[in-house]
Design a protein around this ligand. Structure first.
Ligand SMILES: [Zn+2]
Ligand SMILES: [Zn+2]
Length: 344
């Protein structure tokens, strides 16, 4: 079967034929992939940045693709045969089950994760194997393609939860990429009083949000953006979510908060950030980090998708057959699309 793989410890990916997976092992299911999203992580793996080179080198060659939805077509020993035919999404953060954290019943904190699409073979392929306990049922009214949004949306749901999000809050999102867009859509769906989104030279991505009815979208590369943002900010936002992965954005986000506001950093900057500590102290601000997605975030997302699939559907802007993965990745590296799906 055709698979998009990382083969060598260097920049680049390979679209190559590999054998179909073996029959599912104990506790596993075989999933026929319907759609898999291209993630910023996949772009970093393609470029082979230091943060991925470090832990992935030992896993090569490996098939990428971790934002996926599909249908269970076979089950291994110990899995209910009635699962065959179910549409599911895969939580790719498979824990090792053996480390100190796993043995302490903290699989989310696993020290040796076997992530689908990074360490074990992923879903840029027609078939993928996954442990059944990491496969969540997709609600019947959610198109399976939208299921591929569940993983990036769960990152956003977790960021909001870490920030103590409650209905009625005023939220600002920095970075209008797929994660930031998901945070905005979820915050609005969950009852935010206001959702503002900032970008920089992010016209197409902000236009997608405007098309979804978000009015407070600001492209900081444009001359009037600062003045408009100051108006929208008012006395300051309750919660800021950094989803740009750009160190300079952290300090910019702090300046947008009300006293005692909270900044959640969900992006993954590759350089240190410099922060106005005086502002942090004076206004009693908090900075919290969000990574590692607990099952509760998946529950939030699957409920939101079931409640309002149409509210999230515009976040998918492009679809390519897997055979055109090259073209799809080139598009993503250009930072203009929202979520791009590969269909095997
Ligand atoms: Zn991802
Ligand atoms: Zn573990």
């Amino acid at each position: 079967m055709l698979s998009l793989r990382k083969i060598q410890a260097a920049a680049g990916l390979s679209l190559t034929e590999v054998p179909e997976p073996d029959a599912p092992g104990s506790g596993e299911v075989l999933v026929r992939v319907a759609a898999t999203g291209i993630c910023g992580t996949d772009l970093s793996v393609d470029r082979w940045t230091a943060s991925y080179a470090g832990f992935m080198a030992q896993a090569l060659p490996v098939t990428l693709g971790h934002e996926t939805a599909g249908r269970i077509v076979a089950v291994g020993q110990g899995v209910d045969p009635a699962r065959v035919g179910r549409d599911i999404v895969i939580d790719p953060a498979v824990a090792c089950g053996r480390c100190e954290r796993c043995l302490a019943d903290d699989p989310v904190g696993c020290l040796d994760r076997q992530a689908v699409g990074l360490i074990r073979d992923g879903a840029f392929a027609p078939y993928v194997l996954a442990p059944d306990t990491y496969c969540y049922d997709l609600p019947a009214n959610v198109p399976v393609e939208l299921g591929a949004l569940a993983e990036p949306l769960s990152v956003g749901a977790h960021a909001l939860a870490v920030g103590g999000f409650r209905p009625g809050m005023r939220v600002v999102v920095l970075g209008p990429g797929p994660i930031g867009q998901g945070v905005a859509a979820l915050a609005r769906h969950l009852g935010a009083a206001q959702v503002a989104v900032l970008g920089k030279q992010d016209g197409p991505r902000l236009d997608v949000l405007r098309g979804m009815g978000f009015t407070d979208c600001f492209d900081m590369a444009e001359p009037d953006a600062n003045r408009a943002l100051t108006l929208a900010k008012g006395q300051g936002f309750d919660l800021a979510v950094e989803a740009a992965g750009v160190p300079e954005v952290v300090d910019q986000a702090l300046a947008l908060l009300r006293p005692q506001g909270v900044l959640v950093v969900a992006g993954m900057p590759e350089r240190p950030a410099s922060v106005d500590i005086l502002r942090l102290v004076k206004y009693r601000l908090e900075i919290r980090g969000a990574s590692r997605i607990p099952p509760s975030a998946w529950e939030t997302v699957l409920r939101a998708l079931a409640d309002a699939p149409d509210a999230f559907a515009p976040l998918v802007t492009h679809r390519f057959p897997l055979a055109q993965a090259d073209q799809a990745f080139r598009l993503c590296h250009g930072r203009t699309p929202s979520k791009v799906l590969l269909l095997p």
